[in-house]
Design a protein around this ligand. Sequence first.
Ligand code: UDP
Length: 264
Amino acid sequence: MSARQGRAKGEGKPAYKRALLKLTGQAFASEAGGGIDLERVEELAAAIARVVERGVELAIVVGGGNLFKGAPAEGQGIDRVTGDYVGMLATCMNGLCLQAALEALGVEVRLQSAPEVVGVTEPVVLRRAREHLSKGRVVIFAGGTGNPFFTTDTGAALRAVQIGAEVLLKGTDVEGVYSGDPHREAGAQLLERVTYDQALSQGLRVMDLTAFSLAKESALPIVVFDVQSAAENIERVIMGEKMGTLVCAEEEGKGKRRRKKGEQ
Ligand code: UDP
């Protein structure tokens, strides 16, 4: 099936059989700032449960930026490697909360982490992860790639390729990929569809370069969408509703939306 069919909400079959959802750490936080807002986690879990009910095999990579990021901590008395491990453990905290919220809704979940937190998470075993997915269980991957100097975006691209996901759905705090920085430039345009090459040549920020190169090399389509303002967007995007930005190999000829930031 094509990456997006432009279906109306709630109609028909999901657009994907197996998908990887990346949830930035900020999706776990309240509007006011960092930390973990359990109400938001419940909203995310409810949206994920609805997707699983539709028969979608869903793996999730959780970020940790709401709690800790290694790179900014460097130079404040903590070395990069240690800071990055703290960041990876932060993703486990988000993952544990999401796991609990999903289980409370009766969804079967497995939390796999690299690095493993013994007694708390399973280790990342891809064969087992694929088995869980085919049995309808949600697999949450924490710890990103398991290595310092990487991000959970790279972890998301890596796990997506490793489990054979059809698409990487990157839930973020803006509507999609813009022609400029939507937080700073009022005229920045939301792009409906871009190719990997356009994103690279125009310096568009989709994901960090390592993550992006991996997706491009594996021809893994990426849909960047806003999960921050509405958790139910997860369901909408999986049902194939046109939203956010599709990054893929082929051009469709449309290029840019005329819409500007803030316009409906
Ligand atoms: N991290 C890491 N290796 C990885 C993934 C994450 O060292 O493969 C650390 C890194 O310090 C990062 C933090 O974990 O800043 C949280 O991840 P990320 O910044 O990607 O979270 P997000 O921005 O998605 O919330």
